[in-house]
Design a protein around this ligand. Structure first.
Ligand code: G1P
Ligand code: ZN
Length: 546
């Protein structure tokens, strides 16, 4: 076997998009067009100070080009002197399972092949993300170093050898490196058994509890079948769209009411099961539903925080909680009632990592269908579904009852996010820039029916490492506790995506059963007056409402 040194033309694989909190995402064909992936992987290895003697974890969500990419990465890791790569069988690993495996095996890091909830297939997206030894996404210092290296890289190394057999569990040698193929599901399912009482959950399914889990033809299928159907005894067929497919069967594996519409229809229909859930491409996101009842992710986080002690792994209570800034303040009210500190971080899971590592928080979440705890360093879709299941079984309440009782205790934070996708980048930047310039003079102004109490561009000081993050979203807070937030997405692959977050608080004595879009109408109108979204973009309605 020869170690080939191939000269690489310095490339800038990022073109306006640095590998960020979610790694590098591009059209799959861009990655498949050698030496694009090769350059990026060598730049990653170089930025890490090389991988000689290191152990890495590798796997992805089953999307198109995943297996080919895994073979290339293995040959490059071998040529760069890595000692061992632990690969999920079939090059499969969900993001939370990869995070767990890195931690469990004490690996130096891991490469996750996924573009998360973006569609897959030859015409769709692919992505590569590097996670650190703590199991969490690489911090900005590392992704910046990778980006810098992509600009001056001159060569990459690849071993000239046959592909490894990734279908058979066990160890094979690739040059001096060991390729260890492991079952992608078992270690993760075992971890879930330490956090939840599987015997109690089993009993519920035995007594007729019905559930639907929509894995959207993405990676959680095999995990969900093992956990719900095999270990917990849920009826076979509980998991639908359970086979990961290279193009996700044409589905857009983003668990929200728009893209998980089949599940929505079933849960809103006459024969709805007790509990419904869906997860995204790489398994870190989740949506939960009850019969006739949708749970907004911000409410989900609050309900989990209020009831976490009912699950075996959280019986001691929580150390603290954290939410991203645009996530509603529903969890803040739970934290206040329980005497817990609630941290408000910028969007992106990496900001939770330091808080989790330092033991400041146990539970964290984002409005974008991401919830998790200190069991791994990624958000975790199936974990959240199990948490909900545990709470439903322990309380004996339905999802809608649980939500209603929660609002009667803490009040309700009506909440919605409006996304305007694929906007011309200049248009989106000038909309944000003009609003940013106005912020300082907004205080006290009447906007429609609302009066501005405060406005700023969110900045965050990390309490653990003292790092500062500026310009994380424009916040306009109105008198009475409602607010709007605007920010541009950092994960889109086409043009700019503007996200408008709307929130209104109604106390326990107020009207708790309004339609959220109606309840939020004054905020929607104020957003148009302030940011002129329709006037500037010509868009009369958002592309996605969650
Ligand atoms: C989106 C979500 C954010 C999440 C990220 C990665 O980022 O809004 O909460 O952490 O995906 O899953 P955005 O596109 O808004 O930058
Ligand atoms: Zn994801």
């Amino acid at each position: 076997m020869t170690r080939h040194t191939i000269s690489a033309t310095p490339t800038q694989p990022i073109e306006g998009q640095k590998p960020g909190t979610s790694g590098l995402r591009k059209k799959a064909k861009v990655f498949a067009n050698a030496p694009y992936l090769e350059n990026f992987i060598q730049a990653t290895f170089d930025a890490l100070g090389g991988v000689e003697g290191k152990t890495l974890v590798l796997g992805g969500d089953g999307r198109w080009f995943g297996v080919e990419a895994a073979q290339i990465i293995l040959k490059m890791a071998a040529a760069n002197g890595a000692e061992r790569v632990i690969v999920g069988q079939g090059a499969w690993l969900s993001t939370p399972a990869a995070s767990h495996l890195i931690r469990l095996r004490g690996a130096d890091g891991g490469l996750i092949l996924s573009a998360s909830h973006n569609p897959g297939g030859p015409e769709e997206d692919f992505g590569v993300k590097y996670n650190m030894a703590n199991g969490g996404p690489a911090p900005e210092s590392v992704t910046d170093a990778i980006f810098a290296r992509t600009k001056d890289i001159t060569q990459y190394f690849v071993l000239d050898c046959a592909d490894a057999d990734l279908q058979t569990c066990g160890e094979v040698q690739m040059g001096g490196m060991t390729v260890e193929v492991v079952d992608p599901v078992h270690a993760y399912a075992d971890l879930m058994e330490t956090l939840f009482d599987f015997n109690v959950l089993k009993g519920a399914f035995k007594s007729g509890f019905k559930m639907r889990m929509d894995s959207m033809c993405a990676i959680t299928g095999p995990y969900a079948r093992e956990i719900f159907e095999n270990r917990l005894g849920a009826a076979s067929g509980t998991v639908v769209h359970g086979d990961p497919l290279p193009d996700f069967g044409g589905m857009h594996p983003d668990p929200n009411p728009t893209w998980a519409h089949e599940l929505m229809a079933e849960m809103m229909g006459a024969d709805a099961p007790d509990f419904g859930a869906a997860s995204d491409g790489d398994g870190d996101r989740n949506m939960v539903l009850g019969a006739g009842c949708y749970v907004s992710p911000s409410d989900s986080l609050a309900v989990l925080a209020a009831n976490a002690h009912l699950a075996k792994g959280y019986a001691q209570g929580l150390k603290g909680v954290a939410r991203s800034m645009p996530t509603s303040a529903a969890v803040d009210r739970v934290a206040q009632a329980k005497g817990l500190t609630c941290y408000e971080t910028p969007t992106g899971w990496k900001f939770f990592g330091n808080l989790l590592d330092a033991g400041h928080v146990t539970l964290c979440g984002e409005e974008s269908f991401g919830t998790g705890s200190d069991h791994v360093r990624e958000k975790d879709g199936l974990w959240a579904v199990l948490m909900w299941l545990n709470i439903l079984v322990s309380t004996g309440k339905s999802v809608s009852q649980l939500l209603e009782d929660h609002w009667k205790t803490y009040g309700r934070n009506y909440y919605s996010r409006h996304d305007f996708e694929a906007l011309p980048i200049d248009q989106a930047n000038s909309l944000m820039g003009d609003l940013r310039a106005k912020l300082a003079e907004l205080k006290g102004q009447q906007i429609g029916d609302l009066v501005v109490a405060d406005a700023d561009d969110f900045a965050y000081l990390d309490p653990v490492d003292g790092s500062k993050s500026q310009s994380q979203g424009l916040r306009i807070l109105f008198e009475g506790g409602s607010r709007i937030v605007l920010r541009l997405s950092g994960t889109g692959t086409e043009g700019a995506t503007l996200r408008l977050y709307l929130e209104r608080y109604v106390g326990p004595e107020g009207d708790l059963s309004l339609d959220p879009q109606l309840a939020l109408k004054p905020m929607i109108d104020a957003a148009e007056m302030l940011a002129e979204i329709t006037k500037r973009t010509g868009r009369v309605a958002p592309d996605v409402i969650t």
